[in-house]
Each structure stands twice: as C-alpha cells, then as structure tokens.
Design a protein around this ligand. Structure first.
Ligand SMILES: [Zn+2]
Length: 253
C-alpha cells in the first residue's frame, strides 16, 4: 500500500498523533497488507541550488520521515531532486540533504529513491546516476537507502522494456544491484520510449504493453517485490484499480 501522509502539493505539514498512528498500525495488521510505503511531497527538492528552497525541502523531508516512523511504514518513496544549475553539484547537494535527513530521523523506514523520466534537470533517470547518488550518501545511513523502479519512468528515460527486457535488468543489476531494489511502480506509458516525459497509462494499454508486465510478474527477482500501481482511475477509481490488479495477478498465475 502506498499513501501520502499529507497533501503532496502543499508545504503545510501535519503530525501523526499517537492515537491516529496506533489506529493506523492496527488497521494495517488486520488488512492483509504486507508492505507499506509513503510517497513524499512533490514540492521537495533536496538538490536545489537555492539555499532557502533546499532548507525548506530538508525540513519537509524530515517531517515526512517522522510521519513514516510514527505510522511504522516500511518505505518512503522520494523522487531525487532537480539540479537546476550543475548536475554534479546537484547530486552532491541531494546526497548531503538525504544524509542529514536520515541522520536526524533514526528508525526503521527505508528511503527509496525513485527512478525518474528525466524531464528537465531531474536527477535519477539513469541507473548509473542513481548509483552515484546512493554512493555519495553518508556511509552511516547508506544502508537505509534503496530504490523504487517505476516502469513508465525508466521506459520514458530510454530503457527499452519492450525489445530489451533482459538487457534493462542486467544493467540494473550491474549498476545499482538487486539488493537495493525494494519496490516497483507498475505503470504503462502514454508516451514513447525515450521521450523523457512522465505520463502514466493503464497496464497493457500504453507504449510498454502487456508482455513486459507479464515478464515482471513471473521474473525470479521481480515477482517477489512489492508493487504499486499509479495508473489512471477513469470514472471509478476502485473499479479501474481492481481491474488493473486482477490483470497483473492473472499474469502471475
Ligand atoms: Zn511512480
């Protein structure tokens, strides 16, 4: 299960009160949900060259981590930042902010850096860049950093899940390595391979198509991982999401 712990497009923060948190933890344990993650605010840019925006982002990131700890979530999914000026400097700033945030909030939640489509100055659209970002995180907290691969994002970033499925995952294994991969966002793509845009489509109805998802659902390394859909909801979110989930489960069968 993936959730937002506050409004994702506003800076306003919130706390998770103890009663609220314990009610949530009890509800999760009764639900059959085995893996829980939050997705952090879209406003956070831990790589910003603007000191004010970066410190505001760090405060918000720390609060995100704090709510994850209160709710005992397994993961916090976070997009790497936008470097804005210089890529290498941006990666260094991003790693420094991540290190400080994790040091300020000790706990159980693992930070998952999500692969990006590579729009504008977004960091993290290649496996090599995500690996170098993780390598730059302080060694004292680096074990708390993993990766979430979004199929729509990597496809848009140039990884061809349609004609080179095994090659894409071999590159992942060679750069980031399987032990860092904890979650997949399963989304088809409205936009073509390599278009560097982030537009999610229903599973099997976009440029990626059903076959790659069938292979993910039966892959030795990928099948056991937690998976989240972020596909369009159409008229009825529950009906559409259930249709997507049963389609994916049929691939696994
Ligand atoms: Zn995603």
């Amino acid at each position: 299960m993936q959730l937002f712990t506050k409004q994702a497009s506003r800076w306003a923060e919130r706390e998770c009160a103890p009663e609220e948190s314990s009610a949530f933890v009890a509800a999760v344990s009764d639900s059959g949900v085995h893996v829980t993650t939050a997705h952090d605010s879209y406003l956070i840019n831990l790589a910003s060259p603007n000191p004010l925006l970066r410190s505001r982002s760090l405060e918000s990131f720390v609060r995100e981590l704090g709510r994850c700890e209160s709710l005992r979530l397994d993961f916090l999914v976070s997009h790497p930042g936008n470097f804005m000026d210089d890529r290498a400097a941006g990666i260094a700033r991003n790693a420094e902010s991540i290190s400080e945030g994790l040091a300020r909030v000790p706990g159980r939640t693992t930070l998952l850096l999500e692969t990006t489509a590579g729009c504008g100055t977004a960091i993290g659209s290649t496996f090599e860049e995500l690996a170098s970002l993780i390598d730059a995180v302080d060694v004292s907290v680096r074990a708390r950093v993993g990766v979430c691969v979004d199929t729509a994002h990597i496809f848009a970033a140039g990884y061809d899940l349609v004609s080179d499925f095994d090659g894409v995952w071999a590159r992942f294994s060679d750069t980031i390595g399987w032990p860092r991969l904890h979650m997949l966002h399963l989304n088809d793509s409205k936009v073509p391979h390599g278009s560097r845009r982030d537009r999610h489509e229903l599973i099997g109805e976009g440029a990626i198509g059903a076959e790659a998802f069938r292979r993910i659902m039966t892959h030795q390394r990928l099948a056991p991982l937690a998976k989240v859909i972020e596909t369009p909801k159409l008229d009825d979110a529950e009906v559409t999401d259930r249709r997507m989930l049963s389609l994916l489960r049929s691939f696994a069968a």
